[in-house]
Design a protein around this ligand. Structure first.
Ligand SMILES: Nc1ncnc2c1ncn2[C@@H]1O[C@H](COP(=O)(O)OP(=O)(O)OP(=O)(O)O)[C@@H](O)[C@H]1O
Length: 271
């Protein structure tokens, strides 16, 4: 299925002329980009280009010193603890699972905002809370199965290989049925085969029943080139190129920014 054409109605997430200063250091300068519904948008750039800062702006960890964000055309001031309620989920570098919970419990925990039972119902153990719990556990198991790791549902995360834990973290993000998924270096620490499988999973995200858009901040060129509909290239905090991967691949400004690193055709390496 081909991706939908980029809408022009302001839907999805947009950054408008965003700037971030850390004291005298300009980490982001006049950065604008859009993540329309159903698209996978990648942000790449050499070390120190501003990728993590951009991710942190969208998550609400860093407040921009200039510019604005919008969600479906409306002003959007991200706060980390309110993202899920707005239909935005994220995975962070590493995995960040709760070590004291099983895999299944970790995934259920990702849906905390979604339980229909109110606080009082949960507190007093009313039946509706049980129904919610069963519903969430069933959905968590479905997601683990979809990601090929359901046999680990009862395991403690610390006993599992890193690639499996990454999938569990992805399931935990997806259980809230986000319309936008933020992925921070999902390929970090994975081997070549795991990255290829991850690429298939990411590529399929917009096409699922609960399909979501994806903003992907990533070093791994093979992954971004194979999964993204659009790329935004940062260098010294500025957007130096933006467009579909095939255009970015041939853009001399991008090659120059990477100082001759094997950017476009790397065979599984990272920058
Ligand atoms: N909290 C901070 N305080 C001061 N400077 C910061 C802070 N966070 C980032 N920076 C600086 O902002 C610039 C952009 O950093 P950022 O981590 O966003 O880049 P990056 O593209 O993610 O780099 P990498 O690929 O190495 O992770 C760098 O010069 C960095 O040193």
């Amino acid at each position: 299925m081909s991706p939908p054409a980029t809408p022009t109605d302001g839907s999805g997430l947009a950054l408008h002329h965003v700037g971030v200063h850390f004291g005298g250091l300009v980490a982001l300068d006049d950065v604008s980009l859009r993540v329309p519904p159903g698209r996978v948008v990648g942000v790449i750039g050499p070390n120190g280009a501003g990728k993590t800062t951009l991710f942190n702006v969208v998550c609400g960890f860093v407040r921009p010193s200039a510019g604005a964000l919008t969600l479906d055309g409306r002003p959007f001031r991200p706060r980390p603890h309110r993202l899920t309620g707005l239909g935005i989920a994220r995975t962070l570098q590493g995995v960040g699972l709760f070590p004291g919970l099983t895999v299944l419990e970790n995934v259920v925990a990702g849906a905390s905002h979604d339980a229909r039972a109110g606080f009082a119902a949960a507190l007093f153990g009313l039946p509706r809370s049980d129904r919610d719990e069963r519903r969430l556990r069933a959905r968590a198991l479905d997601l683990l199965a979809e990601l090929g790791v359901d046999r680990h549902a009862g395991a403690a995360p610390g006993t599992l290989p890193y690639a499996v834990r990454k999938r569990v973290a992805l399931a935990r993000a997806l259980i809230a049925r986000p319309r936008l998924l933020l992925l921070d270096e999902p390929a970090g620490g994975l081997g070549t085969d795991d990255v290829a499988e991850l690429a298939e999973l990411v590529r399929a995200l917009p096409e699922r029943d609960d399909g979501c858009a994806v903003l992907l901040v990533e070093h791994h060129m093979d992954l971004v080139m194979s999964v993204c509909d659009d790329l935004v290239v940062l260098d010294f905090g500025r957007v130096i190129a933006a467009g579909p991967p095939e255009r970015i691949r041939d853009d001399p400004r991008v090659t120059e920014a990477y100082l001759g690193a094997d950017v476009p055709t790397g065979t599984g390496g990272t920058t």
